[in-house]
Design a protein around this ligand. Structure first.
Ligand code: HEM
Length: 178
């Protein structure tokens, strides 16, 4: 039963990662270049709103699954790896986990800033432009650069977190005392 629950939690964790990471690659490397080819601005803005809203839902559900699977895995780590004594941070496992959680906070801040502040301002500015309002090109450029910087740095931190996650899973490496 213990093994089954562990496998189910890792499955949930990995499914969440796929849902959270996959769309980020899709948005940055497929949708953004493709959307620039839509010449009719109102159509481009409407498509942008739909895609980013759906991304929010898919990524949000992904993050929730990551949290559910991850919470089980960390609650069960001593039993699963047959560890009796020693403090959490006496093990490489504990140190890797703490670094991973700090990076998780950084990643959530970057993705949150992108999703809830810069992204919506960018779409608003595009909508104003599509309505024919006078939007200074410098404002659009600034928003585009900030948005790109946030999405790329968020993605890089996410990939690093995945590396720390895999290191935790590699028990011969992580279950070592200092
Ligand atoms: C609340 C947040 C999280 C918690 C509590 C958590 C916890 C854990 C734990 C305890 C393990 C190791 C399981 C073991 O001992 O075998 C693990 C593995 C892993 N984690 Fe997380 N994690 C969290 C968030 C994330 C995030 C945000 C990512 C990446 C986007 C991630 C990626 C991974 C990966 C790739 C593995 C390896 C899975 C495997 O064994 O194949 N984790 N996580």
């Amino acid at each position: 039963m213990e093994n089954f629950l562990h496998i189910a939690a890792v499955w949930l964790h990995v499914l969440g990662i796929a849902l959270f990471v996959g769309p980020q690659f899709f948005l940055a490397f497929a949708w953004v270049p493709a959307s620039r080819r839509i010449e009719d601005l109102p159509t481009r803005v409407a498509a942008m709103r739909t895609i980013t809203t759906r991304f929010g839902w898919i990524g949000g559900i992904g993050l929730l699954l990551i949290l559910i699977g991850g919470s089980y895995l960390i609650a069960d780590w001593r039993d699963y790896h047959n560890i009796d004594g020693g403090a959490f941070l006496d093990y490489r496992y504990g140190v890797i986990f703490v670094i991973k959680m700090v990076l998780l906070v950084v990643m959530i801040m970057l993705v949150g800033l992108h999703m809830f502040v810069v992204g919506p301002s960018q779409v608003d500015a595009m909508e104003e432009q599509a309505r024919g309002d006078d939007v200074p090109p410098i404002r659009l450029r600034r928003l585009r650069i900030t948005s790109m910087a946030l999405s790329i740095s968020g993605l890089i931190v996410t990939l690093i977190i995945m590396g720390f996650g895999v290191s935790l899973g590699a028990a011969e490496y992580s279950i070592q005392r200092f």
